[in-house]
Ligand binder design. Structure first.
Ligand code: OSB
Ligand code: MG
Length: 370
C-alpha cells in the first residue's frame, strides 16, 4: 500500500446524555480521524483517545504529536505491506498504542478495498451478528439510574453494566439488583479501588454479577490475582490489558477470569487478535470493549467482535444512538429487534460508508500531509 497523503481531522460530537465514569464526565466526544489515501483508495481510522489522559495515558494532544512528528513523516510516500508490517515498523516507539492503532485501523480499511473482502473475512470472523450490552454512566441518584436501566432493557440490551466508584457502589448495585433480580448485570470500577477494599468486593458476591470490571489499578495485576482468589465473582480486566505480554501474565497469574479486549488500547486489530487467540487457547471468555466511538470505530469493532472467542458474552458495542444524536457513517450503527448488530460480510450487503458531510459539520481542525 503506497501512502500518498494523510489527513488528520479533529471532530467534536456532543453526547446526547452526559456519560459519567469514576475518572471523568464526558459531555462531548472529541476525536481525531485519520484519512489515508493510497493508490486511489481511501481508508479511515478513528483514534480512540480522549480530550485528556484520564483513562489511557495518551490523549488527543499526545496522539497529534506522535502522528504528525513521528509516524506520518516516516510512512508518507512509502509502501506498507500490511497492518502487521506497520506495527513491526513502529515497535521502536514505546507505548502510544492509540496513536498507532488509528493508522493501523485505516490500513485495514484499505486492505478491505484492495482485496474486495470484508474485514470479518480478513480477520477470520465466524459470527454473523454480535450480541450487544449497554454501559451506563453514573447518575445523580438511584431513581435516575433505574430510569436508564429501564430504557435500555426495553430496547433489549443483553447485559447491563453499571459504573461504580467509592461512595457510589454497594448501595447502588443493591438497588438495581433488587429492582431487576434476573438481569445479566456487571459493574465497572475503572481502577477506582485498591486491595484495601477487598471486603466491599467480597460483599458484592451476593449480587450475582457476571463479572466485576477493572476494580484495581491498571498495573495491579498481582493485586488483582490476590483479589480474584478471594472472590466468587469473576474479575474482568480492561485497562490492564494493553499488550499480548500483559494478557499472558494476567492469565498465568490468575488475575482475572474474563478479559475485555479493546483493540486500539493494544495498538490495533492485529495485536488484539493475538490476544483474542491467546484467550481462546486458555479458555478465557473475551468481549469487545468500547470507548464511546463514533461510527468509524464502532463499525470496525463490530467486525472485530465477530471472531469466535467473542461468541459468549455481550459487547460494549452499542447502537450509535446509545451515545449520539448524530454520527459519521451511513447508515448509523443500529441494533436488530433481538438487540444484535449484523456484521458486514462478503454476502449480506451490510456496509458502512463514511459520511464526509457529517464529518465536515463536526470538524474543529484539519491538517493535510502530502
Ligand atoms: O471502561 O469500558 C470502559 C467508555 C470510555 C472509557 C472506558 C470505558 C467506557 C465504557 C463505555 O464503559 C464503552 C462504550 O459503550 O463505548
Ligand atoms: Mg471498563
Amino acid at each position: 500500500m503506497r501512502i500518498d497523503r494523510i489527513d488528520l481531522i479533529r471532530v467534536n460530537n456532543p453526547f446526547s446524555h452526559p456519560f459519567e465514569t469514576s475518572f471523568t464526565k464526558f459531555e462531548v466526544r472529541d476525536a481525531i480521524l485519520v484519512k489515508v489515501y493510497s493508490e486511489g483508495l481511501i481508508g479511515w481510522g478513528e483514534c480512540k483517545a480522549f480530550h485528556g489522559p484520564f483513562y489511557n495515558d495518551e490523549d488527543n494532544g499526545t496522539v497529534m504529536h506522535v502522528l504528525k512528528n513521528l509516524i506520518i513523516p516516516r510512512i508518507l510516500h512509502t509502501d506498507i505491506e500490511s497492518p502487521e508490517a506497520f506495527m513491526k515498523q513502529f515497535k521502536y516507539i514505546i507505548g502510544n498504542r492509540l496513536a498507532k492503532a488509528a493508522v493501523e485501523n485505516a490500513l485495514w480499511e484499505i486492505m478491505v478495498q484492495r482485496t474486495g473482502k470484508s474485514l470479518k473475512t480478513l480477520l477470520g470472523g465466524t459470527q454473523d451478528e454480535i450480541k450487544v450490552g449497554v454501559s451506563l454512566g453514573m447518575e445523580k441518584d438511584i431513581p435516575s439510574l433505574l430510569a436508564q436501566v429501564e430504557k435500555y432493557l426495553a430496547q433489549g440490551y443483553h447485559r447491563t453494566k453499571i459504573k461504580i466508584k467509592p461512595g457510589k457502589d454497594y448501595e447502588v448495585i443493591k438497588a438495581v439488583r433488587e429492582a431487576y433480580p434476573d438481569i445479566v448485570m456487571t459493574v465497572d470500577a475503572n481502577s477506582a479501588y485498591t486491595l484495601k477494599d477487598i471486603d466491599l468486593f467480597k460483599a458484592m458476591d451476593e449480587f450475582n454479577l457476571e463479572y466485576i470490571e477493572q476494580p484495581l489499578g491498571e498495573s495491579d495485576i498481582v493485586d488483582h490475582a490476590r483479589l480474584q482468589a478471594e472472590l466468587k465473582t469473576p474479575i474482568c480486566l480492561d485497562e490492564s490489558i494493553d499488550s499480548y505480554e500483559i494478557a499472558k501474565a494476567a492469565i498465568d497469574l490468575k488475575s482475572c477470569r474474563v478479559i475485555n479486549i479493546k483493540s486500539s488500547r493494544c495498538g490495533g486489530i492485529y495485536e488484539a487478535k493475538r490476544i483474542h487467540d491467546l484467550c481462546v487457547e486458555h479458555n478465557i471468555p473475551v468481549w469487545c470493549g468500547g470507548m464511546t466511538e463514533l461510527g468509524i470505530g464502532r463499525a470496525q469493532n463490530v467486525s472485530f467482535a465477530s471472531l469466535p472467542g467473542f461468541a459468549q458474552l455481550a459487547h460494549d458495542v452499542a447502537a450509535s444512538d446509545r451515545y449520539f444524536a448524530e454520527d459519521i457513517t451511513i447508515p448509523y450503527v443500529n441494533i436488530t429487534k433481538d438487540c444484535t448488530i449484523i456484521v458486514p460480510d462478503d454476502t449480506n450487503g451490510v456496509k458502512y460508508e463514511v459520511d464526509e458531510k457529517q464529518i465536515e459539520k463536526m470538524m474543529v481542525a484539519h491538517e493535510i500531509f502530502k
